[in-house]
Structure formats: C-alpha cells, structure tokens
Design a protein. Structure first.
Lengths: 347, 383, 260
C-alpha cells in the first residue's frame, strides 16, 4: 500500500432521519484543525437517501468537499449497506484520515469498515493531534512525521493512551461526542459536492428492519446524569432546593443530595449520593452546602469536575473539589445560573 | 501440609463473595432493623444451590464438600450474620442428621426438597430448662400404635416458623442402670403443619435479628412411627454429632463476621482523617489492625481445618469445638475493636460494624457456649 | 443450535490498573474477571439453550490464566470451552484480535455468534463487529433483547434515542449489552463439575486460517505511542471572593473548559 497516495481529512457526516447529528459538525471542526498542518482538504462523507440537501450545512461548518452516497437502500441506518458505502468511498477517494463519531451508529460502522479496508481503528478518542511517531526518537527506528496521534481514555477512565497507526491508511478514529469543537458557522460557504454510488445489492448480510421505536424519556436516574447539582443540609430548606434545580436546568443536569437531606425528609432516598446512597460519576458535580463527610465523598469523588460551594472554608469538601467557592450559596447559586444562561444565550 | 485453596474452592469462594455483595449486603441493614427474615434471599440461595452444598447430587444437592459449605456461610456472614446462620442451621442441623442417620426412605423423602431450598430445615434441642444439658429434656415422645405423640416445647429455634422440616429431640423413656435412672432420648423428624405443632413467642434478639427465632410447641402432636430418626434411644448421640457439624457452620459464621468487620474497618481507617492524617497512619491503628488480622487468619485456619476434618474423619468434635471457640471469641474481639476504631460512627447503625458486633455475640453462645467448647476440648485431651 | 460466545478476561478496573514498561497492560497485577458485556452475551446464549436447547461453546483468546474465566463460564452452564493462547498472539490490537478469533471460529460449526458489546479494559466495542466482517456475516450490535425464530435472530438494537427491531438470517454475529439481561450465578456444584471438564487449548498451529501478518503485535495496525495513569487529583483551587467575583471566576473556568 502506497501510504502517500492517501490524502485529505475525511469525516463521516452522520445523519439520522435526514437530520445531521451534532457529531458531524464537531468532527468537521476537528478535521479543520488537523488539516492545517497537513495542508490537506477536509471532506465530509454523507450517506443516506435523499440527503443531498444537507450538503450546504456541512460546507457552512468547514467541509471543502462533500461526497454524497445516496441510495434507497440507505434510508435507515443498517450496518451492511452503510459499511459498503463508506468502505467504497475510502477505497475510491483514499483519505489519509477518516473520523467517525463514537455514537451508537459510528461504533458499529467504524469497526466494520476498518476491518473491510484493512486498517487500524482507535475507539472513542477525546483528543487528536498531528505529530511524530514514535513521539520521541528511538535510535535505529524510523520516526514518522505528520502522523495522527489519537488519545483516548481506557480502563474505565483510569488511564490515558495515545495510539498511532503508522503503516496503514486511512488512520481511522471514532471520536467521543461532545468533546470536539465545531467552528463558527460560515454563512453561504460552498463546497464541492461529489456524488458517488458504489451500487447496492442486498445479500444475506443485509438485515431487515421490522420496526423503529423512538424512546420517550424515562424517569431520571442520578447515576446517568452528566451534570449533578447536589445539595446538603446547608441549602437550608426543601423549598430552597429550587435554586439548585434552576442551576441544574441551565446546565442540562439533575439535582441530587446528601444523606443529611434525606434524613431530614427533604428529598427521597433515590436522590442520595454517598456510601449509603448512590455512587455517581458525572462530568460535573456541584456540592452545594455539603460539608463533605467521607460517606458522601466516597460516592462522588470520581466525578470528572467537582465544584464546591460552602460558607465554611475548612469544610472537607474543598479537599476533593477542583474549584471551591467559599461563600453564601443563596447569593452565589442564583447569580451563577443567571451567568450560565447569559453565556449560553450569547453563543 | 497444604494451606492453599484449590482452584475450584477459589472459584466457589468468588461465587459466594459476589452473591453476598450483590444480593445479601444491600438487604443486611433492613434485615436487622426490621427483624425481617430474608425470605427472598433464601429463595435465591435455593435456586443457586446454596441450601444443599455438601449434599450428594443423587439427593438433589451440589455434591460439594464441607469446606465449600463453610466458605459459603463465611462469605454470607461477612455481609449479613442473619443470612449466614439460616444456611448453617438448615444445612448442618437438619439436612446433615437426616443424611447421616436417616433411612434411605427418609433421605429420599426429605433431602431433595431441603437441598434445593424448596423447603427449609430447623433443629429443636434446647428447652427452657435444658440447653446443653440434654438430660434436662422435658419434651416427651410416647409411642401409641403407629404414631409417636409429642408433648412439650423447644425454645430459641433458628429458622423457627419459616422452616418446613424439624429435627426434634425428645425423651422416649427412662433407663435404669445400676440403680440410677436416666432419660432415654431419641430424635424425630417433624413436619410443619402437623396437628398439635404450633409456634410460640418470636424472640427479640440483640443480634442476628433477621433470623426467625421461635418457640416450638407440641401438644399431642402425632407423627408417624417411621419418623423417628436413627434408633430409639440414640438421640443424644445424634444431637451431639449434629452439633459437631453445626459448630463448624457457626465457626464459619463467626469468621465471616470478623472478616467483614475487619475489612470495613481497614477501609474506614484509610479514609477517616483526624489531626490532619488518616487514622490508619497512626501506629496504634496499624498495630491493632495487625493483631486483628493475625487472629482472623488463625481462626480461618481452624475453621477450614475442622471443615476438612469433617470430610476425612469419623469424629471431629475437638476440631469443631476449637474452631468454634476460637472463631467466635475472635469475632467478638475483632468486632468490638472495629467499633472502637470507628469511633462514634461505629456506634451508629449506619455503619455495619455496629451490627456485626451485636451479631458476633451469639456465636459465643449458641450451639454450645464457649464454656461448653472448652469442656469438649479439655475432656478430649485430658482424658 | 450451536452458539459460540466470545468472552474476554479483563482486569477489574475498580481496583486501579498497572502497566508494563512498554506501555502494554500488566494483566498479571490485576484482579481478573469475565467482561460484563460478555457475561450478558453468555447469559443470552444460556437462555436460548434453556428455551430451545443449544450447545454453547465459549471461546477466548488470552493468557493461560484465562482458564479461570472459562471454568466460570462452564460453571454457569456452557458446554464447551476453548482457549486460544500463544505467545505469538500477544500484543494484538482489535484488528489482530478479531482476525485471530475469526480464524478460531472457522474451526467450528455455528449458527450464532455472540460477543459482548465492549470490554471494560479497552472500551473499544470493535472486536465483535470486526469478527463479523472477517467471517462475512450479518452483524447486529448493541442488542438489548434477543430471540430466535425460524432460522432468524430478532433483536432490539439500541441507539441513543430509539431502537430498531432487526431481523437477521442465521448465522450472524450479535454484540450484547449488559442491559440484555442479568447473568445467572454459577452454582457450587457447577463449579465442581467445571473442573472435571476439559478446556480445549489451541495455539497458533491450530489456526490454519490465520495469516502471520494478521496476528499479534506485528499484525496490529495500531500501536501505542504513550500510555499513562490518569493523574489523581487532590484539592484544586479554592477562592474566597464576593458572590459576583465568585461567579465570574467560575464562568471563566467553564469557558476555558468549553463547558459553556
């Protein structure tokens, strides 16, 4: 395989129900970043049925070229025809880098395609960069430049690994949704649109869709929340939890609480975080008016980002908090909610 | 000498541990607090074969050995002393005597249901006026035609009203020997629902509060003649031999309680901070933990040794007595010190060591007090 | 019906992880368990066995210690266990692993292949789909329910906001979610029996369908450039400001971290 034949940073522009998924724009933003040092073009691969009208939107978010594979067989996502579509695009257009969202679709499509085109695939990446491999020169071993270095957490988030794919092309990665930044929309941007159809012949590998069931929102489990706003006895009263609920809503999160709150009868047991409650691991955890007894900390210390708000500056919760605000929660929390909403509206 | 567990015993241990963590531990506080017999757990344990571990497969059991059974009681007791004793009383005090002394018909009739957990077993020896002193027995069984007629009562019976099959010890006559009279004692199998067999008071206990401890009352309770277990007049030996096995179960329960308390405490002292350090960083704590760990290990060796002796020896009274004596006193000491290491938290019910300390106390008392174990041991080695 | 369940022994990540100097995982230093999604896959197979009758074979690639996990699978009710183990297979990425497992499967008869969605060590979710590709079989991943009807698998396939009810002709590959079921426990007697059974051990020599360039570290397109423990965090920053300044400080941090 002549590696230098492979050029361009490609993203799989996922659409569902002929609506582009957010990950498509995030990948384009990241692709633009990666394409700069490589001096390469950014292409979006759009697969579906009657999806061509979506091309302009991809151009607006940074695609130089859009390859459209449009076929009735591609109306709904199914593993085999989509694999055939994307693998054919790769074989035809030979991208240097192929990014796929680590979504329920991408994590099915990505590995199947990588196996078909015989290249490596790095799953669920949280950081991508162009660099050398090996990262540090090793005597007697060639150091390759302009490699895609793919960083991902592994072992339940206990470790971070950076992976390269030096001898195969394309360098493929699935990328975790919500991590990469899309670029600011460029109004009226146009891109080259290439239509490509490798031909679809259903065989035994095509599965049949008997039904599509869209789910309604279930009752929330604090263990599934990405943002938790947790209150302790310091909140003062059950009514005062309203300010926590507002903050949670502003960040798309849920409210949880400490044992003291449950013991006081302010909140039900299933909202309790801690050794005798639930162990949670959200991306952001607010501990508001919670002193931070061991039994509470044991249930939340693995959260990605911990923010404590407490008027007692010696409260043990500050020992585990990334950001600690010493002060009156009744004053800080409403102002914080307001500021977050303002920042979001301004975006 | 081989001290390591075989691969299959290791895997069995991991099974019991996983089951205990997932199925038993979450209910332990409630079981204690509400004095609630964990019927659902018993049903699950039946489904997974925990209720008939040392029973041969041909009788519906698991075909494993006494060590596996002891490890099961140990792991369950690590998280819940109540659940441990339910399995122990059922297996050691009901199934075991039927398997050892029962006729083939009795075994076929009772054991498959017991070993599969469809039915629960219990054992009635103790009476208000007779604990370890079997000669103090008042419950009588009189043969009338084809039936034994039981009258009297038993107390402190584990698995009380929840059991279906009971081994009952009763007086069947008076023996005159060289001018002295003694009671002739026999063992019987009594089924729940037999007319004349009812339950009295449910005891309110310090520990193992979820275990249903009841008084059994027999008023002209008629059971078939064939329900005598073993030969008439051999009841005392049956009871004593049964208790030898039972003591291994209780020793395993005590061991589990000690281990559970120690594990919780090690975790706690590594987290709890005082004076700017975790309390585990104080040498006093470290030395205490070291002493407790050494005692737990010694208890474990005695318990496992007794379990192995049950497989290979015809009598194992001394091994069982030593294991029970040492493990139960270790459990009491370890849990007490673990409460102390927890400080104030150790005294409140939110923390498991509080319950474990209360649960541990009974292991020094039932199925032969520590004093009785000392009698058994000294009686054997000083004769 | 013959069902093959691919299972993997993984370090229990709850206890922390450890690495060799070359960046690969030091599996010996960690508590090893059957990967949870794989266990759900095994349970699905055992339920099909309970329901329709089936022969369930568990297959793993790993170090000899994986024998423990295979015994566990046998103790749960699997009929046969195969361990693919060879030094030359070590260091495999998902490509090389899936090629090797597919080559082993080619030695066997099957109607259905079940794998877990993903393993808790790598979290890649790649090996199952890649096996299906190497074998040229239909694939249904993210299965949250499974039944078999007239030579077809009927599966509820989970997506973020919906599920598809899919019908695939057997033989096919299904990747199981932990949500598929609650795996049964072993039984003590099952454990004793499991140690009476034979675990079939295959080495490189037993995999004629496997090409040298598709196996082990050398057959792995992806290579580790760097691996490290996630840094344990201690106390972070603490500020004592008036409410407006506090909020401003926090909004600044949020903006830095792209939270808002």
């Amino acid at each position: 395989m002549a590696l230098e034949e492979y050029k361009g940073v490609y993203v799989y522009a996922q659409q569902v129900d002929n609506k582009l998924s957010g990950i498509a724009f995030e990948l384009l933003g990241e692709a633009r970043k990666l394409a700069a040092p490589l001096n390469a073009e950014v292409a979006a691969v759009l697969i579906g049925y009657e999806v061509k009208p979506l091309a302009d939107e991809l151009a607006a978010y940074g695609a130089d070229k859009i390859i459209v594979v449009d076929d009735p067989e591609l109306k709904e996502y199914r593993t085999e025809p989509y694999t055939h579509a994307l693998a054919s695009v790769i074989n035809e257009f030979k991208p240097e880098i192929m990014l796929v969202g680590a979504t329920a679709i991408g994590r099915d499509l990505g590995p199947r395609v990588s196996a078909r085109v015989k290249t490596g695939l790095t799953a669920d990446c949280t950081m991508l960069e162009i660099g050398d491999f090996p990262i540090n020169p090793i005597p007697g071993r060639e150091q390759k430049h302009n490699q895609l270095l793919m960083t991902r957490p592994a072992f339940g988030g206990n470790t971070i690994a950076t992976i390269a794919c030096p001898d195969h092309r394309p360098q493929m990665a699935t990328v975790r949704p919500g991590v990469m930044q899309k670029i600011d929309r460029i109004e009226g941007a146009k891109a080259e649109v290439v239509e490509y159809n490798p031909g679809f012949t259903p065989d035994g590998r095509y599965v049949e869709i008997l039904d599509i069931v869209k789910s309604v929102v279930d009752t929330v489990d604090i263990m599934d929340a990405k943002v938790l706003v947790s209150g302790g006895r310091g909140v003062g009263s059950p009514e005062n939890f309203a300010i926590l609920e507002d903050l949670a809503k502003a960040l798309g999160g849920e409210v949880s609480c400490s044992r003291a709150v449950v013991d006081s009868g302010w909140k039900p047991k299933d909202m309790q975080v801690g050794q005798t409650g639930k162990t949670v691991r959200p991306q952001i955890y607010f501990a508001i008016g919670i002193s931070g007894a061991i039994q509470h900390v044991a249930g939340m210390e693995e959260s990605d980002l911990i923010i404590a708000i407490n008027k007692d500056e010696t409260a043990p919760i500050f020992d585990v908090a990334d950001y600690g605000l010493v002060g009156d929660l009744n004053k800080i929390v409403p102002k914080l909610t307001e500021a977050i909403l303002a920042a979001k509206a301004g975006k | 000498m081989e001290f390591g567990l075989s691969k299959k015993h290791q895997l069995a241990q991991s099974l019991f541990r996983e089951f205990a963590e997932n199925e038993v531990k979450p209910l332990a506080q409630e079981t204690d607090e509400l004095e609630k017999f964990p019927a659902e757990t018993v049903e699950k344990m039946g489904r997974y074969g925990f209720m008939g571990i040392p029973v041969p497969k041909e009788y519906g059991g698991q075909g494993c050995d006494a060590l596996t059974y002891a490890m099961c009681v140990e792991e369950l007791s690590k998280v819940c002393g109540t659940t441990g004793v339910i399995v122990s009383a059922h297996t050691s005090l009901c199934i075991d005597p039927i398997m050892t002394y029962g006729t083939e018909e009795q075994k076929r009739k009772y054991v498959p249901d017991l070993a599969s957990g469809r039915k629960l077993g219990a054992f009635g020896l103790t009476e208000p006026g007779a604990g370890t002193d079997a000669q103090g027995q008042q419950t009588k069984a009189v043969l009338e035609g084809d039936e034994w007629v039981l009258n009297g009562s038993k107390c402190f019976i584990t698995n009380g009203s929840y059991a279906d099959v009971y081994i009952i010890i009763a007086v069947t006559g008076i023996i005159e020997k060289r001018g002295r009279t003694s009671k002739e004692i026999s063992a019987f199998i009594v089924e729940k629902g037999t007319p004349g067999f009812t339950f009295g008071t449910k005891e309110k206990k310090m520990g193992i509060r979820g275990s249903a401890t009841y008084e059994l009352i027999f008023q002209d309770c008629r059971i078939p003649k064939d329900n005598i277990l073993g030969k008439q007049g051999k009841g005392f030996g049956i009871a004593m031999h049964t208790l030898d096995g039972g003591r291994i179960g209780i020793a395993a329960q005590a061991l589990g309680l000690a281990e559970g308390a120690l594990e919780a405490t090690i975790k706690y002292v590594k987290e709890r901070k005082q004076f700017g350090r975790t309390i585990g960083q104080f040498q006093n704590t470290q030395f205490q933990i070291a002493d407790l760990a050494a005692k737990v290990e010694a208890a474990k060796l005695l318990v496992y040794k007794a379990a192995c002796a049950k497989e290979t020896q015809s009598t194992y009274s001394v091994e069982a007595a030593m294991a029970k004596l040492f493990a139960s006193e270790t459990a009491m000491e370890v849990t007490t010190k673990c409460v102390q290491l927890h400080g104030g938290y150790g005294y409140i019910r939110e923390y498991d060591v509080e319950r474990m300390m209360r649960d541990a106390k009974i292991t020094e008392i039932y199925e032969g007090t520590s004093e009785v174990q000392r009698m058994v041991i000294s009686g054997s080695i000083m004769k | 019906m013959k069902i093959i369940v691919c299972i993997k022994q993984v370090p229990d990540t709850k206890g922390g992880v450890s690495f060799n100097p070359d960046g690969t995982l030091n599996r010996g230093a960690m508590q090893a368990i059957m990967n949870p999604d794989d266990k759900a896959g095994l349970e699905a197979a055992l339920r099909l066995k309970d329901q329709y009758g089936a022969e369930v074979t568990v297959l793993t690639m790993g170090i000899p210690k994986a024998d423990d996990m295979l015994r566990e699978a046998l103790a749960m009710g699997a009929d046969k266990a195969i361990l693919v183990t060879d030094r030359c297979l070590a260091g495999a990425d998902t490509w090389a692993t899936s090629s090797t497992v597919a080559a082993a499967i080619k030695n066997l008869e099957y109607d259905l292949i079940i794998t877990g969605r993903q393993a808790i060590d790598g979290d890649t979710a790649q090996v199952g789909p890649q096996i299906s590709e190497h074998l040229g079989l239909p694939l249904i991943s993210y299965a949250q329910s499974l039944k078999i009807e007239d030579g077809y698998a009927i599966v509820d396939r989970q997506f973020e906001d919906r599920y598809h009810v899919l019908k695939a002709k057997l033989p096919c590959v299904i990747t199981a979610l932990s949500e598929l079921n609650a795996p049964r426990y072993m039984t003590p007697g099952g454990i004793f029996d499991a140690y009476e059974k034979e675990v079939i051990v295959w080495t490189r020599a037993d995999l004629p369908e496997l090409a040298d360039e598709n196996m082990g570290l050398k057959g792995s397109p992806t290579q580790i450039a760097r691996a490290s423990d996630k840094v344990r965090k201690g106390a972070g920053e603490k500020v004592n400001l008036d409410p407006d300044e506090s909020v401003k400080y926090l909004i600044g941090k949020f903006t830095e971290k792209h939270i808002i």
